[in-house]
Design a protein around this ligand. Structure first.
Ligand SMILES: [Fe+2]
Ligand SMILES: [Fe+2]
Length: 475
């Protein structure tokens, strides 16, 4: 069960060949996927052979095999974590019942919506990142970008498999629509706003993979608790791949910071103008990028009070982060949670039914997790002896969804008038000048072992290879 079958046209560990109808449907979708990849996948990657990891088994040991693979020949497939026939539903109204192997009719529409919304983010991020290869700061980074891109492609496969297998004709139509929407396109955009933003430069890319892929982690963790067992099993496997994406983001930002700090010490200055003249990214600019990506990403968790969130939980479709480790009744009726609200231009806490606040609960868990990495970045600055601290902005800063979108708030949490906000927002969010500066730094450096001036080399290579290993062979 856990071993991938790569001899079939569609690699899988779900005995696909035993279900002819499903196999045929997916084989019809496959060329459309490849066309989409050709159009919207990483630009200029077609002939490159990339040192990629490919899943060979879903066992904790040895699920990844490394080797040079032509991007187009990457073996996208369908991999689920092994099932447990005895698995029980462990939260919501159905707690204690057997987990579902098929979709209960009454939850069909909601489950489909959950799967489509998750699925849509996967090709969206490939689209957002498609030009980045042209400005890679090193061959090592280029390889990491491509690794993320092929895995997001596989995550799309994972969701499309569920749609095809469990949602019949509707599912097949959704599978096609996932290849038709386009990130940032006005008439047919991706479903969630953060996935329609551009990822125009590598600082944005590292922030995106740190913050926005981490949103992916939290959504996948919540779905990994689902009573719909195939969804739980497929998201568990996706999570193993997601960890690498967040590593790329965290270590990427860390290397940018490290290079900047080295330049600050060499030049004995913290003057952004002098640092920009030296071709590195000053810490206040890094802070503004952080503010942007943090705020756009926490919007992804949805409205702070949501009856949908309550329904998804009570009906057992979507759990909380680490549901199994929590010490409560896992039904949450009659319990409350404090959410931040804006009343007459003031931030006030409000107690609401816990079930309705589950988006906020997940957002708060996410915030805790992402702030931990910001502290690790601060360690790099501290080690360089520089008195500067990066900080995640206040939860109410720059929000576009939920009650907090009604007020303008500074990164410190101070409520502002529209006028003050307009005057000061360039202090807090990347300005057009910041973006132009960062984009101006982006030039392709792809000789093995060489790195762009604005970023430090990594401490280690991939899969214990040396940093100057030939991670990408251009043909
Ligand atoms: Fe993904
Ligand atoms: Fe990801």
């Amino acid at each position: 069960m856990s071993t991938m079958n790569y001899s079939e046209k569609i690699p899988n560990n779900v005995n696909l060949s035993e279900d002819r109808t499903l196999q045929r449907a997916l084989e019809q979708w496959q060329p459309n996927f490849l066309d989409w990849w050709g159009d919207m996948g990483p630009e200029g990657s077609t002939d490159s052979e990339v040192y990629l990891r490919t899943a060979v088994s879903v066992d904790p040991q040895g699920w990844a095999q490394f080797g040079h693979v032509k991007m187009r020949d990457y073996r996208w497939g369908i991999f689920l974590n092994p099932g447990d026939a005895e698995r029980k539903i462990h939260f919501g109204d159905h707690k204690g019942e057997k987990a579902w192997q098929d979709v209960p009719g009454e939850y069909r529409a909601n489950l489909r919506r959950i799967i489509v919304t998750q699925g849509d983010t996967e090709p969206a991020s490939v689209e957002q990142q498609r030009h980045l290869g042209l400005t890679a700061p090193s061959m090592y980074d280029l390889r990491n970008l491509y690794q993320i891109n092929v895995e997001e492609g596989r995550h799309l496969w994972a969701m499309v498999y569920l749609l095809h297998k469990h949602f019949g004709r509707d599912g097949r139509e959704e599978g096609e629509a996932l290849l038709e929407r386009r990130s940032g396109q006005e008439d047919n955009p991706r479903i969630l706003q953060a996935f329609n933003e551009q990822t125009p430069d590598w600082l944005s890319f590292f922030m995106f993979t740190y913050f926005t892929d981490r949103d992916g982690k939290f959504q996948l963790c919540a779905l990994a608790e689902s009573s719909f067992d195939p969804l739980a099993r497929t998201t568990k496997f996706m999570l193993t791949e997601e960890a690498h994406h967040m590593f790329v983001g965290e270590s990427g930002v860390s290397r940018v910071i490290s290079r900047t700090c080295a330049a600050m010490n060499e030049l004995k200055t913290d003057d952004p103008a002098k640092l920009r003249a030296a071709g590195v990214i000053d810490l206040p600019t890094i802070q503004r990028y952080l503010n942007f990506h943090f705020s756009v990403t926490i919007d992804l968790f949805g409205a702070d009070e949501s009856s949908n969130a309550a329904t998804f939980y009570s009906t057992g479709l979507k759990g909380r982060y680490e549901e199994g480790k929590r010490m409560d009744d896992h039904q949450l009726r009659g319990q409350t949670y404090r959410v931040l609200n804006a009343v007459n231009g003031q931030l006030v806490e409000k107690e609401v039914p816990m079930l309705n606040a589950l988006n906020e609960v997940l957002r708060d868990d996410y915030i805790k997790d992402s702030v931990a990495g910001v502290e690790r970045w601060n360690k790099v600055i501290e080690k360089a002896g520089i008195p500067f601290k990066l900080k995640a902005p206040h939860k109410a800063f720059h929000r576009n969804i939920g009650a907090l979108s009604k007020v303008k708030v500074s990164p410190e949490g101070q409520v502002l008038s529209e006028v003050e906000w307009a005057q000061r927002q360039d202090e807090w969010l990347p300005s057009a000048t910041d973006r132009a500066y960062v984009q101006g730094l982006m030039g392709r450096v792809v000789e093995p072992g060489k790195f762009a001036n604005w970023i430090a080399p990594p401490v280690m290579g991939i899969n214990r290879q040396p940093v100057d290993f030939e991670y990408v062979r251009f043909n």
